[in-house]
Design a protein around this ligand. Structure first.
Ligand SMILES: [Zn+2]
Length: 131
C-alpha cells in the first residue's frame, strides 16, 4: 500500500507512524494477493490457464490492481481459446469443462462472459444431438 488509508501518510508500516492505525491485517491481505498474482503468473507461463484464472480472480477479490485484471483477462482469453479448440475437435466433454470453469471464474468483460454463455449453450445442444 502506498499510503495509509486513514491519514494518507506515505509508505506506512504495520503501525502508521503518523496516526498510529494498525495496518497489519491490510498489509497481510496485500501480501496474500501478491502471492496469488505470482502463482497465477507461474501458471500462465505453464499454460495452466484454468488455474491461473482461478488464482488471479482470487487476487482481484482481495485487492484490485489493473495489472492483475489484465492478467486475469489474458488467462480468460486463453481459456476461451482452449474451449473453442476443444469444440472444433468435437471434444465436447473438454469443451464443457473449460467453458464451465470460464463461467465460474470468468473475465469481468461482459462480452467475454456473454460469449462463454453462448458457447456453453451451443456445447449443450451438440451434446444432446449426439447422445
Ligand atoms: Zn496513518
Amino acid at each position: 500500500m502506498d499510503r495509509c488509508p486513514i491519514c494518507r501518510n506515505r509508505a506506512p508500516a504495520a503501525e502508521c507512524s503518523r496516526c498510529g492505525a494498525d495496518l497489519s491485517s491490510l498489509l497481510r491481505l496485500e501480501q496474500q494477493a501478491q502471492r496469488l498474482v505470482e502463482s497465477g503468473i507461474t501458471l500462465l507461463r505453464l499454460r495452466h490457464y484454468e488455474g491461473a484464472l482461478q488464482l488471479l480472480s482470487s487476487a482481484l477479490r482481495q485487492q484490485y490492481h489493473p495489472l492483475t485484471e489484465k492478467l486475469a483477462a489474458m488467462a480468460g482469453e486463453a481459456q476461451l481459446k482452449a474451449a473453442i479448440a476443444a469444440m472444433l475437435r468435437q471434444d465436447w466433454a473438454e469443451a464443457k469443462r473449460s467453458t464451465e470453469s470460464l463461467l465460474r471464474w470468468g473475465p469481468r468483460e461482459a462480452q467475454d462472459q456473454l460469449l462463454a454463455e453462448q458457447l456453453a449453450g451451443f456445447i449443450e445442444q451438440q451434446r444432446r444431438l449426439r447422445s
